[in-house]
Every structure is written in C-alpha cells, then in structure tokens.
Design a protein around this ligand. Sequence first.
Ligand code: NAI
Length: 714
Amino acid sequence: MTEAIRYEKDSDNIVVLTMDMPGQSANTMNAAFTEAFDGVLTRLEKEEKLAGVVVASAKKTFFAGGDLNDLIKVTPENAEQFYQATNVIKGHLRRLEKLKAPVVAAINGAALGGGLEICLACNYRIALNDRKIKLGLPEVTLGLLPGAGGIVRMTRMLGLEAALPLLLEGKQLAPDAAKAAGIINEIADSPEDMLAKAKAWCKANANAQQPWDQKGYKVPGGTPSTPALAQKLPIIPAFLLNKTKGCYPAPEAILSAAVEGLQVDFDTAIKIEGRYFVSLATGQVSKNMINAFFFNLQEINKGASRPKGVPVKPVKKVGILGAGMMGAGIAYVSAMSGIEVVLKDISDENAQKGKDYSVKLLAKRVSKGQMTQEKADGILAKIKPTGNAADLAGCDLVVEAVFEKRELKASVTKEAEAVMDANGTFASNTSSLPITGLAEASVRPEKFIGLHFFSPVDKMPLVEIICGKKTSQETLAHALDYVLQIKKTPIVVNDARGFFTTRVIGTYVNEGLRLLAEGAAASSIEMAAARAGFPIGTLAISDELNFTTMRNIRLQAEKDLAAEGKSLPADDPSKIILDTMIDKLGRTGKLGGAGFYEYPQAGKKHLWSGLKELFNKADASIPFEDMGDRFLFIQSLEAVRCMEEGVIERVADANIGSIMGIGFPPWTGGVIQFINGYGLRKFVARAQELAARYGERFNPPALLVEKAEKGETF
Ligand code: NAI
C-alpha cells in the first residue's frame, strides 16, 4: 500500500514530501491526510540538519481541497466540533511554514481551494508551465470562504486591494497569470526542472521565513487604518451589495474576514477567518450551492441519465440544417470540439454567412492571444458551408435549426434522412414544438430526438434533451454523448408543450405581467426580481422575447386548449398587457426598439415612463417581499408539476436546468433545492398563503403536500 505522504530525504538533507492518498484519484483534506500530515511534520521538526522541504504530488492534480461530502453535513449543532477540526489543519499549516528550513511547493497540477492554501503556507511556489493547470480560491462560488488560512495569507502576501478580487470572484488562473498576480513565484518547464529549481531555491534561501513572520513586516498597501486604504474601504461594501443584492453571504463574510483580519496579529486573524467560515458552512446558501454546483453537476456529468450498457459513440460528422443564429452557434461549438461540420442552408451564400459567425469568434480569440492563427484555421476548415443537401452524406448526427414552422421542419427532416448515415441520430432544436409530433415526419422516429440549445450557443452551458414517445435508449445515449463532447451540460426531459425550461420560465414572465396588470409599479417589479437574485428582470425578459412572439404562443395555446374543451382564464395578464402594448401603442419589445423599456441610441436602456400612467394603481399595495416570493415560488411550483407529470425525472436536472438555462438564482441551488432549503412544510404554508392572496396557481401540487406531510425532501 502506498503511503498518504511519502518522505524522501536526499544527500543534501532536502526532504521531498509526495502527497499520494491511497485509494483516491486526488489528494483531499480528509482525516487520513490530516493524520499523515501530522506524522511527517513531527518527523521534519526532529530532523537535525534539515536543509529544505519540497511539497509535491503524485496525482494528476496537486491537491483537491476540502471534502464536500463532509462539509455539506455541517450543521449549527456540530459547529463547534467542525471549528475545532478546521483548527487542526490550520495548526499543521502553521507548523509547515514555521519549520527551520525553506519550504517550496512544486505544483504539478490544479491547486484550487485547500490545494492553494497548502501552497500559500510554503515559502516559495513553483508551477509547471501548463495552461491546463488552474490555481485559485474558488470557495466563494460554493457559498464558502477559504477556511484554511487562505484569506489571512492572501491578504498578507498581496495586500488587501490585490487579494480581494481573487477572493471575492474565486478566479482560477493559469500559471502565467498566477505568476503575474503574485500568487506563485516561478514557472518550470518539466517536473525534473521543477524539482531542480525547488531544491536550488532551498539551498539559496536557507533562512527563508514567511513575510508575516519577519521582523518589521508591513502589509503591502497598508492595513485598513492606513489613510490611503481607509479612504477607499467604505465604498467596497456598497459595490458588493450592488452585485450580490444581499442574496450571497459568502462575499460579505470574505470582505469582513479580510478587513478585520488585517487589523490584528496572524493567529487572531486565523480565528476570525475560522468563525466566518463556520457561519457560512452551517448556513443554507452554501448547502444549496454545494448541492447544485458540485453534487448535481457531478451526477449529470457522470451520466446518471445515460441508458446503461449502450457503448459510447462519439459524433464524427454533424450536419446542421439552418445557418441562422442557432445553427451558426451549434456549428461553432461542434467544430471547436473537433467534430467535422456540414452547415446547410437554402443557398451557399446563406450557409457562408453562418460560417462567418465562427470566423468572427475565432478572430477574437486569436487577437486576445487565446489561440494561435494556425489552430483557428484548422477549426474553420472543419466547417463546410453548403446549399446542397447531398453534402449531408456520412453525417452520424443531424441537428435541425430552421425556422420554427412544423411543415418546414418536416420537409428538411425527410430531405436529410434520405442522405445521412442511416444509423445516425436526427435532432431538432425546436424551442416549443413537441418532439413526438415532429417525429411523425421521420422514417426512423426511434432515432429522432430534441436538442434544445440556448442562445447565444457559444456562451450558454446548457442543452435540454427531449425524448419523444418513440425515441430509443440508444438515441438518447448518442445525444447525451454529443452534448458532453461539445462540453455542454445536458439535462434530460420528456416531451410536453414547452418541455421543462420554457414552461418554467414562462411562469416567471407571466407573473411579471400579472403584477403589472394588478397595478404594481414597473420599477418595483424589476427591483423585486433583482433582490430575489434574478439576473434579469421579468419585464426585461418579455422585451427580449418579443411581445408578438409571446402573443403567438398564447394564441397557439388558446387553440390547443379549445381543442381540449378548455380555455385560458379571462384575466390572463398576457391578454390585457400585451394587446395594449402591441395594438394600442405599437410597442413590441427590444427588437422593435420599444417595449417595457426604452432603448436610446446612446445610453443605457431604461423603463418606459408611460407604464406608470397606463397600469400603475396608487392603491395597489403588494408587499415587496411577496413580489420576490411570487417569482421564486411560481417557478418552483411549476417544476414540481413537471415532476408530477413526468416531464422531468431527476432533481439534479431540474436544479441545473433552472440555473444554467433560465437564470433561476444560483443562491437557491435551483428550482427544487429552493423548496428543500426552505423546508417543505414551511414552503407549503407560504404557497397556500400566496394562493389565498393572489390566486390558485400558487396552490401546492399533491406531490409536494404529500412529501411535506411525510417529512421527506426531494
Ligand atoms: P434564424 O431565423 O436565425 O435561422 C433559421 C435559418 O434557417 C435561416 O438561416 C434560414 O435561411 C434557414 N432555413 C430556412 N429554410 C431552410 C431549409 N429548407 N434548409 C436549410 N436551412 C433553412 O432562426 P434561429 O433563431 O436560429 O432559430 C432556429 C430554430 O431554433 C427554431 O426552431 C427556433 O425555435 C429554435 N431555437 C431558437 C432559440 C433562439 O433563442 N433564437 C433558442 C432555442 C431554439
């Protein structure tokens, strides 16, 4: 069995510590590591002629950080025990940096979070010259802070102003950027070179000491009581609040720990950091964020929804029908992942226009130094623009992104199926038409599936995969493999009008229109959404969607409902508001240059002042808190209905789909985790309260009530 930390002393009395946790693919800060670390430190402290220590790793990554399985279990009840456990590791790191010999970190792979905190407790840091290596303290993105001395050492090493952006944004830097930021000291070309450099540094710096342990040490840029810094400090919390809207406790705790920590000695600063860390780790927001961004994402990326036993079949050649906004984006992300692309439109010229989108994006990358011209040329060469369907021969996947018209989609399906690989998959990027219906045009409906991308395709991380009634398990597996191949996150849903994401966000948009119809001020509506953590206000989304498109969707829904003998409620807000906006005022949204917002040629968009006269009622007294809750609750309730109806099966898919696809606030952990975090019984009670006040759409569905009564969670 390998040792957790190997101890090898050379003839120069330099000890190389190689972290290599047995049975794990990465080194983590668990109990076994802590114990092994204690052992090697005791041995180092006893070495008589110790001339240096090099901390290295035998894994692909340097060190992975804290164990999130442990962290998510921390509660206010076991807070004291958790605090003491963090003190143990911090004590070890203090012993490491106080050894009577120089200590160097030899960083061979990613050092994020706890990994970088170990490096910060070394006197000198050398990393391999590999852009894939990432260094940083990303704890804030999980609602946490670097709790193993990361804040204390970063601020003392770089000064408050330079350290804050790294701590507050959780930036992950490649070695060259990390060196420029002052996080590491040197870059090495190979592992051998790194070890040689580390040992040479030890020999040349026999008396190395951490700056903060040296006599006369001064914090770079001064402490918070230095006038130049003291002057700037008061505005930082305001900036921060403007960004977080008060929804995220972690950035606030990081700022407090940093500023307070710089006014006291090192050991007291460590205690302050520890207390803030415990407050975050025991709080609900970190639980929500760890659940979504670690556990849910991991479940999805490990292929929990992928049918078992189907061999992986990477896509080699993808045909894309329609070189418009979506098709052009899908072509770009596919070529970027090394897939050969046939981009087909009604003419060669149209198809070329779609390819030009990739030309533009790649030129930008080259000009920013993110890619060589040669590599960009290679990617472009993979995209063949064409007006001829015969070029689709040999495609093992075809993605259709032509206009949203049923008949057109049917005809391009037939045209492509006649030439593409007969074993290949045909996918539609429809945003609203049920897949089962579209598959009727197909000669191979079992190979027909929905791949719903989000705009802009190159930036949006999510793809919603929609299974039709006849879609086979092999086809689903193939579609999932493709989405992972183009480095996007897939969620899997079943066929229904609006699928999952469109249906859920529709309730948010409608709630905004309702509030307007109830007489609430437009500015309050948008502010309530922002304060609840939504990145885009509901009225702003309506503008983006275009009022005529929204009305067309309503008309289609009315038609479909009439066929089932049902109808939309007479007070449907979209009727009142949209008809007035379109027919009486000629305001149709952003595309038309005027919607709920004004879009001045020069300057920022702002709410149209005419809304007040039109809809605002002075006596409409809707509590601000209710507005925010209405936006959150209406979407979570719709998501539960989707689960009840079998539209979505996995909680992870619902959470991630809502955050990455439609802007549900990340602090909630997603539409379903929001309910878990709120507490099911409390959630049901609040939903009933909202239903009594604002309408029965807030009535909790049976599945939710049942789970609440049984004391279960989702
Ligand atoms: P678009 O209007 O930008 O592009 C459609 C393209 O299809 C045009 O270039 C057109 O020339 C081409 N086309 C028409 N007939 C064709 C044929 N017979 N063969 C090949 N190409 C043909 O439309 P956009 O926005 O790219 O949307 C495409 C599809 O993606 C639609 O079904 C839409 O609902 C869906 N979608 C759109 C999203 C969006 O945000 N725009 C988001 C998700 C899905």
